[in-house]
Design a binder for this molecule. Structure first.
Ligand code: PRP
Length: 177
């Protein structure tokens, strides 16, 4: 019999909602009145960003950049490509990067370096999930939702070969007979 790859729930939609609420409370405390610019990394962050900003009831702006370092496989190529950059200046702005998952750290490390060149007033990182066991470059996560094991994570925006982004829970992919 051939084995199939099946998602198994790691964090439920309710756990995600509670965590996003906590992150929103912290971010509100720190950014209310500062008109921050939230920069999401596409595609993975779109769902997290959508839920997060609905809980932030103060003036803010949203931008997306599109980066990619993974091809069609599970391993990062190590080389980040900017598929779509920022549309406006971040000079003097309070910038908060919103990422779905930090794995090797190569993607956010690249983006933070890229954004620093735009001379923001402040630059911080919010990540829904962190997989520290895979880190290749050091990354400081200022607002973190979940720490995840060294397994392939999908759902809530995160894909495997473009699949499973639509799962409402955060799942791990496991082989099943
Ligand atoms: C995934 C994920 C993060 C990055 C994390 O993006 O969304 O952006 O990889 O990995 P790293 O810490 O090892 O760099 P991907 O390049 O697969 O693009 P996607 O967001 O469009 O799925």
């Amino acid at each position: 019999m051939s084995s199939q790859i099946e998602p198994r729930v790691l964090f439920t939609r309710d756990e995600i909602a509670a965590t996003v609420e906590q992150l929103a409370a912290e971010i509100s405390n720190d950014y209310r009145g500062k008109n921050p610019l939230l920069v999401g990394i596409l595609k993975g962050s779109f769902m997290f960003m959508a839920d997060l900003i609905r809980l932030l009831d103060f003036l803010l702006e949203v931008e997306f950049v599109r980066l990619s370092s993974y091809g069609s496989g599970r391993e990062t190529s190590g080389k980040v490509r900017v598929l779509q950059g920022l549309q406006s200046s971040i000079n003097g702005r309070n910038v908060l990067v919103v990422e779905d998952i930090v794995d090797t750290g190569i993607t956010v490390n690249f983006l933070l370096d890229y954004l620093r060149k735009g001379k923001p007033a402040s630059l911080k990182l919010c990540a829904l999930a962190d997989k520290p066991s895979r880190r290749k470059v050091p990354v400081t996560i200022d607002y973190l939702g979940f720490t995840v094991p060294n397994k392939f994570i999908v759902g809530y925006g995160i894909d495997w070969d473009e699949r499973f982004r639509n799962l409402p829970d955060i799942c791990v992919l496991e082989e099943e007979d």
